[in-house]
Ligand binder design. Structure first.
Ligand SMILES: Cc1ncc(COP(=O)(O)O)c(C=O)c1O
Length: 380
């Protein structure tokens, strides 16, 4: 099997699974229980939070364990919007956000919030100047993703953070789900107020994640209940998930520090080879993230190629996993200004540190053979 769909999800690391299993069976007590077993569990939860905070260079009270990216994005966006709507109902985001931000914005629109969707250039990048110009007196939130999940474009988060610092009354949220472990992002003193991360994109287990909330920021909780996680996320804590997340975070941070070049080399190889295929049009920008390569084969339905490759044990994807069953055009490729033929035929190869150049060679060889075979079903 050659797995090249790592932006959809990654294979859990065996040691992460081992920790999950061990904690699930040994520390099963409820951390809120006041008996000794509950006390031990609570201690481990606090320890996990301290470790996560250390790895992210933030304070432990700024960490909320969540079930992943969708939940983190929704808590951040709706939590800020509902809590601070008295001050204004204007939110700024981009046209290329993941559905968990984009649809959260749509839902806030139906509640009377006004959303500015900033355009991107052909490289899929928003302009800091556009962000500046969009800020109004009633703006309460800016939400811009770090790395785009379809094409890998990297947004100028640091610059937007610096800009946001000049407006102490508005909050800046970053969806860091695709950037985590691939493109470093500083949280402390960066102007970032909230930041979403997901465990299953970094070889962790599904249903785990972290939402960073800068100290002192108030959010309206989406779940009401037992007041766990500083009353921001009620519900019995997933301790095994938290421990597993922290382990996955430690591993990926280590690989980010030591194996970045390997990922870049694989990406460069892939880009050079794909560019030499006449039917292929590259959609990912040259200076994008090293793990995402998006390209179109206009005239060919992406699902046909995905199934052809899949039969040979090679797994790639189209658009993002969350929308890959909905096979029409890509909202992101359209936003970059490309035509419909290109937006309807996009394929995504997404790498992990575990992939190899040999695997990419096999993928490229099989892709070229498939293109020859499929040439008669291609629309021209
Ligand atoms: C950029 C981005 N944000 C959010 C999410 C949602 O994360 P999760 O699957 O953990 O809910 C994804 C998942 O594809 C993503 O790529």
């Amino acid at each position: 099997m050659i797995y090249l769909d790592n932006s959809a999800t990654t294979k859990p690391h065996p040691e992460v699974l081992e920790s999950f299993l061990q904690v699930s069976s040994r520390f099963f007590a409820n951390p809120s229980s006041i008996h000794q077993l509950g006390g031990e569990t609570e201690k481990l939860l606090i320890q996990s939070k301290q470790q996560a905070a250390k790895l992210l260079a933030v304070h432990e009270e700024e960490i909320i364990f969540t079930s992943g990216g969708t939940e983190g994005n929704n808590i951040a966006m709706k939590g800020i919007a509902l809590e601070h709507q008295g001050r204004g109902k204007h939110i700024i985001t981009s046209e290329i956000e993941h559905p968990s931000v984009f649809e959260a914005c749509k839902s806030l629109e139906s509640l009377g919030f006004e959303i500015t969707y900033l355009p991107v250039n052909q490289n899929g990048v928003v302009s800091v100047e556009d962000v500046r110009q969009a800020i109004r007196n009633d703006t309460i939130l800016i939400s811009i993703m770090h790395v785009n999940n379809e094409i890998g474009s990297i947004q100028p988060i640091q610059e937007i953070g610096q800009l946001a610092k000049n407006y102490p009354k508005l909050f800046f949220h970053v969806d860091h789900v695709q950037g985590l472990g691939k493109i470093p992002l500083t949280l402390a003193n960066s102007g970032i107020d909230l930041c979403t991360m997901s465990g299953h994109k970094i070889h962790g287990v599904k249903g785990t994640g972290i939402l960073y909330i800068r100290k002192g920021i108030k959010l309206c909780p989406l779940f009401h209940g037992g007041e766990q996680e500083r009353n921001i996320r009620s519900g019995t804590e997933n301790l095994a998930g938290a421990v597993a997340f922290v382990k996955a975070l430690r591993f990926i941070k280590n690989r980010e520090a030591t194996e970045a070049t390997k990922l870049q080399q694989m990406q460069q190889f892939l880009r050079n080879e794909l560019q030499s295929i006449p039917a292929v049009m590259m959609n990912s920008p040259e200076d994008g993230a090293p793990h995402i390569m998006n390209f179109s084969i206009p005239g060919l339905k992406p699902e046909v190629m995905i199934h052809t490759l899949g039969k040979q044990g090679i797994f790639i994807s189209t658009k993002s996993a969350c929308s890959s069953k909905d096979l029409d055009e890509s909202r992101i490729i359209k936003a970059c200004g490309y035509n419909q033929a290109r937006a309807k035929s996009a394929l995504r190869v997404s790498l992990s540190y575990d992939n190899t150049i040999e695997e990419l060679k096999t993928f490229l060889h099989t892709l070229k053979e498939a293109l020859l075979q499929l040439s008669d079903v291609m629309e021209r």
